[in-house]
Design a protein around this ligand. Sequence first.
Ligand SMILES: O=P(O)(O)OC[C@H]1O[C@@H](O)[C@H](O)[C@@H]1O
Length: 435
Amino acid sequence: MVRNIVVLGGSSHPELVEQMCIKLGIPPGRITLSKFSVGETRVEIQDSVRGKDVYVIQSGCGKVNDNFIELLITISACKTASAKRVTAVMPLFPYSRQPDIPYNKVGAPLAKAGIQKDSYTFESRPGTPAPQPDGAGSSGPPAGQLEHKLSRLSLDKERGPATAPGSPSLTSRPSFLRRQHTGSEIAGSTKRDSQKVVYANGTGGDWDQHRQPGYKQWVAQAGTLIADLLTCAGADHIITMDLHDPQYQGFFDIPVDNLYGRPLLQRYIQTKIPDYQSAVIVSPDAGGAKRATAIADALGMDFALIHKERRPTKITDRQNATMMLVGDISGRVAILVDDLADTSNTITRAAKLLKERGGATKVYALLTHGIFSGDAIARINASAIDQVVVTNSVPQIENARACPKLKVLDVSSVFSEAIRRVHHGESISVLFKYD
Ligand SMILES: O=P(O)(O)OC[C@H]1O[C@@H](O)[C@H](O)[C@@H]1O
């Protein structure tokens, strides 16, 4: 039993809170979470937190935005009630997929907002609308190039003169780690009063009423904001697991412990998959290759990669990007490894490819976070996947009932041990050991 500690659970994952408290040998702190009829969150903490080490557990699932606000209010309530230290324990970190550099080929999630889907193409964003006085084609550079140049000019202006040789350079850091907004509005059209635009590459479409032709859409880089909101609310420390983008930690100026789900997944492979060393670890996309190869290397297994050969031109066709398998899995068991499944499009399409074109005999999908939004579970049930293994970083009880292919690994021991160690000021590096 640990003393002088209070564990408060948010609305997102009561089962995990209960399991963690059992392992810590303490009852959960008493808290009332409710809503005003308008939808505002109300938090009332019934136990004294004065001088205590408080851990607020809230996963980035369910009603993600509501739960996040609830977390912020709870942290703030603890701080103003004189808690000694407040740690936000977020098994799945919300918004962790949004520090990505915006304006990439497939676009950032927020870029979908306010766009007429039928007329939207990837070329249209970041493509800047070009002046088309006579309706004729543009003689300037293609939209992408034009915008790239304008964007460089705009950034150069913002940065001012080049730094002296040897001095730290802002540009040497990835843009998503910079604590400043890099999104910018770029003038490029003279037809501001028109809602019909023709892009330099010849495509055209109607712009949303709210959008000004000639200005690049502003894509929010939520990473800094999310980190600032947590620290501003009063969080002194963050504990999370398998951040989609580990660099996300760079947004914070408080300690962030990013625990790994990998030991659990590795142990599952070793103990539950027969003759696992003959199987092949597969990454469903290039972004997850590092994660998947780490497991393959640790277990002495072969590795294959699914490469998205051709990007779709329409965002609505995103799930139809052509996939290409790199590696030999014929007649073997394939084990897909990824950090998360949301719609499950990625893993179900990958499984189809592995069986139909790769000749895999069986397909497992191992994920840390099984978000499974929308009809993801139905999609998995109907898919070529034989078994999906996830942790309970988000609730899985309902999913497990609806999906016979689902196996759930418990992360409550990992998080409760991390809390215990942080509370006692012990190193948590032992939790990062794999083998
Ligand atoms: O295809 P769904 O399940 O929606 O999304 C999951 C994918 O989206 C990526 O960010 C994850 O790393 C994973 O590869």
